[in-house]
Design a protein around this ligand. Structure first.
Ligand SMILES: C[S@@+](CC[C@H](N)C(=O)[O-])C[C@H]1O[C@@H](n2cnc3c(N)ncnc32)[C@H](O)[C@@H]1O
Length: 199
């Protein structure tokens, strides 16, 4: 029987919300579920409702079956082509009035902070903040580091390229998703750009 209110949280990390399908591909999700896994591997305390899955393999939902898709600080972990493929998958699985909301670090904010800093090592802090260096972590955990950075323009462009006709820049908690406060993280507010669109 089809579920009318499927809500999907892509790259939930530890901050999934009840009632949402929380998806994350961190290998520590699996390790934490082995007997004594959390202690042996010192994994984070993954909630039981987080499903281990790599969304770059496609979204495991039928066409037009999902009401809301939320994603916080995850699309920058994909290279552009992969992020576009995932956004197109979001378009495919959303119901006709379904909503996609993506929140990512805003490159514009990082650049402004760098330009305004008087610290002699501001250039180093800026580069570190982008987190674009790839390490051995990427081998065991694809998406462990950032692969691109967005601003308002590039995030709007991603939505349009994926098929969403009228994406809009939003502010923190301003959303047509009715339980947005359950899933949007206050600690992401200052550094992020939010874009939302209905299908
Ligand atoms: C920076 S964390 C964001 C966690 C949380 N949404 C937040 O805003 O604090 C990015 C998350 O995306 C997950 N991730 C990266 N690539 C992924 C993929 N291909 N499929 C599913 N999850 C992925 C990572 O494992 C990580 O938990």
């Amino acid at each position: 029987m089809p579920q009318p209110f499927v809500k999907l949280n892509i790259g939930s990390g530890l901050s999934g919300a009840p009632g949402w399908h929380n998806i994350d591909n961190s290998p520590t999700v699996l390790l934490s579920r082995l007997p004594f896994g959390r202690k042996l591997f010192k994994t984070p305390p993954w909630p039981r409702d987080v499903r281990h899955y790599d969304v770059t393999k496609g979204l495991p939902f039928p066409d037009q079956s999902v009401l809301y898709i939320y994603s916080s600080h995850t699309f920058e972990h994909f290279a552009w082509e992969a992020s576009l493929a995932v956004a197109r998958e979001c378009f495919r699985v959303l119901q006709p009035a379904g909503i996609l909301r993506i929140c990512v670090p805003n490159l514009r904010i990082a650049v402004n902070d760098y330009l305004q800093s008087s610290d002699p090592l501001a250039s180093h802090f800026f580069v570190r903040r982008l987190s674009l260096a790839h390490t051995f972590h990427d081998l065991v955990h694809p998406g462990a580091n950032h692969s691109q950075m967005f601003d308002e323009r590039s995030l709007l462009h991603l939505f349009r390229e994926a098929g969403f006709p009228q994406p809009a820049v939003k502010s923190f908690l301003k959303s047509s998703i009715d339980d947005i406060a359950a899933i949007e993280l206050p600690e992401r507010k200052q550094e992020s750009v939010y874009v939302e669109a209905s299908r």
